[in-house]
Each structure stands twice: as C-alpha cells, then as structure tokens.
Design a protein around this ligand. Structure first.
Ligand code: CA
Length: 219
C-alpha cells in the first residue's frame, strides 16, 4: 500500500511519514501543490493526506483537479483553520474525510485505516482470504490462525493483494503500490519478495495467473 503526504510544514510532514510508514505504507512526501497535483494524477496511491494551505496551488484546487480527471483515491484533508465552511468545501471537492489541526497522530492513523478498508470494500480490521488473515490494526499476518513474521515490504504486498482480492494484480501495478518513489523498483526484486513470501506461507496462498499477475488464493 502506498500513500502520498502533501504538507508544507516540515515537522508535520516528517511525523506523518513516520506514522504512515509504521501503519504499513510506502510513503511519498511533497510540500508543493503543483507537484502534488502531478504525483496524484500520474501515480497510483492507495491514500492521500492533503493539507489545504499550500504554497502555489492550494489543496482544494489540487483535489478538484484530481477528481475532475477521474482520480478516485481516498483523500483525507488536513485543515488548519477548521471552519465549517472549509470542511464543507473540502467534502464537496471530493475529500473522503478531514481532520482539523492540531490532531493526534493516533486519530489520523485510525481514520486512515478505516478509509483504506472502506475503499477495499472491507469494514472490519481483520481481513481474510482463504487461509490467510491480516490484522490491519496490528499489521500482523496469520496463516490458519498462526502468526507469520513478515517484513514491512512483505506486509504492504500482502495488504495490497488482500485489498484487491478476487482479481490477479499485474506486477507493474504491484510494484507501484508496494514501493515508494525513493525505493528502487525492479521486477526481479518483486519476484524475489514473492518467492520469499511463498516460502514463509507455503503453497496455495499466493497464486499466479500467467500473463495477468498475482492473487491470493480463495479458500
Ligand atoms: Ca500548510
């Protein structure tokens, strides 16, 4: 799972990056509205945290442009002013949730998890497909109820497959959602992660549909 943080206050952006990374996301950060618009329009994010007060193009204009171009990723808006007019404007522009500043990072993470779950059609924190279950609050993986130790990268990969269960996910799409902008993205690195996960999880959990992609095997 991959997130974009759009925030021009460096300290908040740094805290957001750490919190989202801790919540299982690869995280890209930008402080600039134009840059944010471009990234959100060209990259596939599973979540965006968008500050409204930005230099250059403001957050509301960025959001309107994304939605106008049919970009439907979940967006949580941060607002410093917190007036009801601004909240209404944000929601009308296509925000899925908003949080007034100052906020508690715990609340932001809880809202983010709920947003991402809803976007994937899940309402509960525990997600299951076949023998595999993911506790998205604790970021724990279990196979037939027994915990399996995974790295942050492996967790992001499983979470994205779980979010998109029922269809094979092509490797380029999986790469895009598992690695951040700064990470080296190579198809053979993805194959290595899949191979490692298959060793950990055993057969019958991660399937391959030749020419289409990877999927979680149903029960
Ligand atoms: Ca700001």
């Amino acid at each position: 799972m991959r997130a974009l943080v759009v925030e021009d206050e460096t300290a908040i952006a740094t805290d957001l990056r750490a919190a989202l990374h801790g919540a299982g996301f690869a995280v890209d950060v930008t402080a600039d509205g134009e840059d944010a618009w471009f990234l959100g329009d060209t990259e596939d994010y599973d979540l965006v945290i968008l500050d409204l007060g930005l230099p250059g193009l403001d957050g509301l204009a960025v959001l309107k442009r994304w939605r106008g171009n049919g970009r439907g990723m979940p967006v949580l808006v941060l607002t410093a002013r917190g007036t009801w007019q601004e909240r209404v404007e944000g929601i009308e522009a296509g925000a899925d949730d908003y949080l007034p500043k100052p906020f508690r990072m715990e609340e932001l993470v809880a809202r983010v998890r709920a947003l991402v779950r809803r976007a994937g059609g899940h309402s509960a924190a525990l997600q299951e497909t076949g023998a595999l279950s993911l506790d998205t609050n604790r970021m724990q993986v279990a196979l037939r109820g027994r915990p399996v130790a995974v790295t942050a990268l492996e967790y992001r990969l499983l979470a994205y497959l779980m979010q998109n269960h029922g269809r094979p996910v092509p490797p380029p799409e999986l790469l895009e959602h598992v690695y951040g902008d700064d990470d080296a993205r190579e198809a053979n690195a993805l194959e290595a992660v899949i191979a490692r996960l298959r060793r950990k999880l055993g057969p019958g959990v991660i399937g391959t549909r030749r020419g289409f992609g990877y999927f979680l095997e149903p029960a």
